[in-house]
Design a protein around this ligand. Structure first.
Ligand SMILES: CC(=O)[C@@H](O)[C@H](O)COP(=O)(O)O
Ligand SMILES: NCC(=O)COP(=O)(O)O
Length: 239
C-alpha cells in the first residue's frame, strides 16, 4: 500500500506565528505516527519560517516510522541531513524566497550537481528522491543521477483535476511508467487532498509514498488530526 508521510511544515508555521511552543511540534510528531501515518516529512527553508533546523534535529529521535527531509541542497542543508540521517532526503529546486515549492528539477542542466549531491547522500546511507515534473526527457535524466526515487510534483494534477481528471493524470501515469522502467521508485506530492488523492493513487498502482501537508492540516481543523489521517489513509486503500 502507498505510504502516507505527513508534512508538518504547516504545524511549525502556526507555532512560529506567535512565538512560544503552541502547537507543540514534537507532540504532533508522536501523535501523527500513533494515528497511523507511515512517515513524517519536513521541508526546512533557509529563513526557517516553517520548520527550523533545530526542529529537524529534535524530531529525529521520535521517528518510529520514516523520516523524509525535503529541501534545496545548499551546503547547510547537506550538512543537516548528513547529521540527522533521515530514511530519505528529497531534493527540491526551490529558491530561498519561494512561498512553496513551485517546480521540479531541470535534471538536464543540473545533472552533474545532482549526481554529486546524490552521491554524497548515498555514501552516508540515505535514500534519495528528486522532485520532478512529469516530462519524459527530465525523467530519463533523473535516472542518470543515480537517485533511488523521484517525487512527482503534483500541483498541475491537482489544478486540473476538477476540470478533467483523466487529462490531468495522464502525463503523471506516463511519467511514472517510464520511471519504473528505468528502475526508479515513485513518490508524489504537492496539493494532494481528500478529493484528488484516491484517483491519483489508483492510476499509479505502484506509487510508493505520498507526502501531504497543506490540505491535510487544513482538514484537521474540521475533522481533528486523528480522523483526518484515517480519512487520508482510506483514500490510499485500493477498492
Ligand atoms: C516539495 C513540496 O512540494 C513540499 O515540501 C512543499 O513545498 C510543502 O512545503 P510548505 O508546506 O512549506 O510549502
Ligand atoms: N512533498 C510534498 C509535501 O511534502 C507536501 O506538499 P503539500 O501537501 O503541503 O502541498
Amino acid at each position: 500500500m502507498t505510504k502516507l508521510s505527513v508534512n508538518i511544515n504547516k504545524i511549525a508555521t502556526l507555532r512560529n506565528s506567535r512565538g512560544g511552543n503552541m502547537p507543540d511540534l514534537l507532540k504532533a510528531v508522536n501523535d501523527i505516527q500513533n494515528f497511523g501515518a507511515e512517515g513524517i516529512t519536513v521541508h526546512p527553508r533557509p529563513d526557517e519560517r516553517h520548520i527550523r533546523y533545530k526542529d529537524v534535529t529534535d524530531i529525529r529521535p521520535l521517528i518510529r516510522t520514516e523520516f523524509n527531509i525535503e529541501g534545496y541542497p545548499s551546503p547547510k542543508f547537506i550538512e543537516l541531513v548528513k547529521k540527522v540521517k533521515p530514511h530519505q532526503v528529497t531534493l527540491v529546486p526551490d529558491a530561498p524566497d519561494a512561498i512553496t515549492s513551485n517546480a521540479g528539477w531541470d535534471t538536464i542542466t543540473h545533472l552533474t550537481f545532482l549526481q554529486d549531491v546524490i552521491g554524497t547522500f548515498k555514501e552516508a546511507g540515505i535514500r534519495t528522491s528528486i522532485f520532478i515534473d512529469p516530462v519524459a526527457e527530465l525523467i530519463s535524466y533523473a535516472a542518470k543521477t543515480d537517485t533511488d526515487r523521484i517525487e512527482l510534483y503534483t500541483e498541475p494534477y491537482a489544478k486540473g483535476y476538477e476540470k478533467d481528471r483523466e487529462a490531468a493524470v495522464a502525463p503523471f501515469v506516463e511519467a511514472a511508467n517510464q520511471a519504473k522502467k528505468l528502475g526508479l521508485t515513485i513518490n508524489a506530492g504537492h496539493d494532494l487532498n481528500l478529493q484528488n488523492l484516491r484517483f491519483f493513487n489508483e492510476k499509479i498502482p505502484f506509487l510508493k509514498e505520498v507526502s501531504i501537508g497543506h490540505a491535510l492540516i487544513c482538514d484537521a481543523l474540521y475533522y481533528g488530526l486523528e480522523q483526518t489521517i484515517i480519512m487520508y489513509k482510506d483514500q490510499l486503500i485500493k477498492k
